[in-house]
Design a binder for this molecule. Structure first.
Ligand code: HEM
Length: 478
C-alpha cells in the first residue's frame, strides 16, 4: 500500500477495486482512543479540514476509526471515486453519518434513504419535474427573488451610503421563498414576514452537530428525547417542518387546477400510476421534505460564500460587475436564459464558489460487504493542490479558464453535486438561481469585509459560516 501513497498523495496508481479494500490493507493515523476512535483527536470541529491533513499524510485512501472504533475508509482517489459513485454505485448502499437527523428532516420514505431498484423508481418518478425545460420556464421567479433581496437590502441601507448587513439573515429566506414557488407554487413570504419555517431551519442548521454527536445519535437514538433546551428547540422545529409539509400536500391535492411546480407535476404523474406503483402519502411527504431542505439550504450557502469571497477580493468583484454591466447596460432589461448563460466569468464565479466551499464535504458513505463504510471527502478533494494548483486555498475564478487545470477536472474530482446515479437533481435549478440573483445584487451593491469580524467555517456536513457573515454593503447606481 505504501508504494502508491509515497510519491503522489491523493493519486492511486494501482487499479484498486473498492471491493478488494479491507480495513487493514489501508493506511491511516495510528490507533487512538478505544471508545472515541479518532473522533476527538482528528475530527473535533472541522471534518473537511481534517481530511485535507489526512490526505496529505496518507494519500487517496485512508482508514480511520469512529465511535467504538468503528472503521471508516475515506477515498479521494479519483479512480476509486469513479467506481463507487459512477461505475458501480448501486453496489454500495447509500449511508449518512447524520442519518438520525436527516431522517427527521427529510423522512425515511423518500429518495435519500432509498437503495437500488427503489431509488431507480423514485428517480424516474421525480426526474421529469427537474427537466431543464421546466426549470427554464421559472426563470422569472429567480429574477424576482434577486429583486426582492435587492429591495430588502436597499431598505436596510435607507438614506445612508453604506450599512453593515448580516447577509446570512436574508439569503436563506430568499432561497426558501424560491423553493416554495418553484417546488410547491406556494408563497412563503419569508422575506417580508416572520416565517416560522425559516426560523425552524435556521435553528436546526445553525447548530452544527459534530461527527461524534452524530455517531452517538445513531447508536443511542434516545439522546434526542432527553428534554434539554437544545432537544426541545429541535423537536419544535421538526414539528413546524412536518406541519408545513402536510399543509403543502393538502393544498396541492385539493387544487382544482394543477400548476407547473414540482409537487403538482409529481402528484399528476403519481395519479396516473397503478395503485401498487404509486407513492404512498409517506413517500410524498418525504419527497416534499427533501425538496424543502435540499432545495434551499444548499443554494443559500452557495450565494453566501460567493458574496463573501467577492467582498474579500474587490478586483474579482469589479471584474464580475463589469461583465454584467457590459452585457446588460439597461438595468430594467429582463434577460433570457441564453443571455444569462453567456456570462462566462459568472460561470467561473459559480464553479469556484462550489469548489472552495462545497456544501457537503462528507457526501456519501457506503457499506462494503465487510461492513466498513466509505466516505468521499469532497471538501478535501476540492482542496487538493495536485488538481487545483498551489493557490488552492484562494478564491480564484480564473482557474476555471486555465487550460492546464481544466484538463485535470472531471466528474470524479469536482463533486459539489455528487456524481453518478444519485447526483443532485436540483443542480440546474441551483445554477440558474445563482446566475439570476448574483448579477442583480452585484450591479446594485458593492460589498466589503467588516474588519475584525470573525466567524467559524463549519465543515461538518454543509459548509456554513457560523454564526453568519456580516458585510459592509453600499449602494451603487449603474
Ligand atoms: C448549490 C446547490 C446544491 C448543491 C451543492 C447540492 C448538492 C447535492 C449533493 C452533494 C447531493 C448528493 C448526491 C449523492 O448522494 O451522491 C444532492 C442530492 C440531491 N439534491 Fe441537491 N444540491 C443543491 C441544490 C439542490 C436543489 C435546488 C434541489 C431541489 C430543488 C436539490 C435536490 C436534490 C435531490 C432531490 C437529491 C437526491 C438525489 C438522489 O438521491 O437521487 N438539490 N444534492
Amino acid at each position: 500500500m505504501q508504494d502508491f501513497v509515497d510519491e503522489h498523495p491523493g493519486v492511486c496508481r494501482k487499479p484498486y477495486s473498492p471491493f478488494s479494500l479491507t480495513e487493514n490493507s489501508v493506511l491511516g493515523p495510528p490507533g487512538n482512543n478505544f471508545i472515541f476512535g479518532h473522533l476527538i483527536s482528528l475530527f473535533k470541529d472541522k471534518q473537511g479540514e481534517a481530511f485535507i491533513h489526512l490526505a496529505k499524510q496518507y494519500g487517496g485512501i485512508i482508514r480511520f476509526h469512529a465511535l467504538l472504533n468503528k472503521p471508516y475508509i475515506s477515498i479521494s482517489d479519483p479512480k476509486l471515486v469513479q467506481q463507487v459513485l459512477i461505475n458501480r454505485s448501486y453496489e454500495f448502499p447509500k449511508y449518512f453519518i447524520s442519518k438520525s437527523m436527516i431522517k427527521d428532516l427529510v423522512g425515511e420514505d423518500g429518495i435519500s434513504f432509498s437503495q437500488g431498484d427503489a431509488h431507480k423508481r423514485l428517480r424516474k418518478l421525480i426526474s421529469p419535474s427537474f427537466a431543464f425545460a421546466n426549470i427554464k420556464e421559472v426563470l422569472p421567479i429567480f429574477i424576482q427573488a434577486g429583486h426582492k433581496l435587492k429591495d430588502a437590502w436597499l431598505k436596510q441601507i435607507g438614506n445612508k451610503k453604506e450599512e453593515r448587513i448580516t447577509i446570512t439573515a436574508l439569503i436563506p429566506k430568499i432561497t426558501l421563498d424560491v423553493i416554495g414557488l418553484v417546488g410547491f407554487n406556494y408563497e412563503f413570504n419569508s422575506i417580508t414576514s416572520d416565517s416560522e419555517l425559516a426560523r425552524a431551519y435556521h435553528s436546526i442548521t445553525n447548530k452544527r452537530p459534530s461527527f461524534l454527536y452524530m455517531e452517538l445519535l445513531n447508536i443511542f437514538p434516545f439522546i434526542k428525547k432527553i428534554p434539554t433546551s437544545y432537544n426541545n428547540q429541535y423537536w419544535n422545529s421538526i414539528k413546524t417542518i412536518d406541519n408545513v409539509t402536510e399543509k403543502l400536500i393538502a393544498e396541492q391535492k385539493n387544487a382544482t387546477v394543477r400548476g407547473k411546480d414540482f409537487l403538482s407535476l409529481l402528484i399528476k404523474i403519481n395519479e396516473n400510476l397503478s395503485i401498487n406503483e404509486q407513492l404512498t402519502h409517506k413517500g410524498l411527504r418525504s419527497m416534499v421534505m427533501t425538496l424543502l431542505f435540499a432545495g434551499h439550504e444548499t443554494t443559500s450557502s452557495l450565494l453566501t460564500w460567493a458574496l463573501y469571497y467577492l467582498a474579500k477580493i474587490p478586483d474579482i468583484q469589479d471584474h464580475l460587475r463589469k461583465e454584467v454591466l457590459d452585457k446588460f447596460p439597461d438595468r430594467n432589461y429582463f434577460p433570457t436564459f441564453e443571455e444569462i448563460d453567456h456570462l462566462k466569468y459568472l460561470e467561473c464565479v459559480f464553479k469556484e464558489s462550489l469548489r472552495i466551499s462545497p456544501p457537503d464535504e462528507i457526501m456519501n458513505g457506503y457499506v462494503t460487504p465487510k461492513g466498513t463504510q466509505f466516505i468521499i471527502p469532497i471538501y478535501a478533494i476540492h482542496h487538493d493542490p495536485l488538481i487545483w494548483g498551489d493557490d488552492v486555498e484562494s478564491f480564484n475564478p480564473s482557474r476555471w479558464l486555465d487550460p492546464e487545470i481544466k484538463s485535470k477536472i472531471s466528474n470524479n474530482n469536482f463533486l459539489p453535486f455528487g456524481a453518478g446515479v444519485r447526483n443532485c437533481l436540483g443542480m440546474k435549478m441551483a445554477q440558474l438561481e445563482f446566475k439570476c440573483v448574483i448579477p442583480i445584487i452585484i450591479r446594485n451593491f458593492e460589498f466589503r469585509l467588516v474588519e475584525g469580524f470573525t466567524f467559524k467555517k463549519s465543515t461538518n456536513g454543509l459548509c456554513k459560516p457560523i454564526p453568519g457573515i456580516d458585510l459592509f454593503v453600499s449602494k451603487v447606481d449603474y
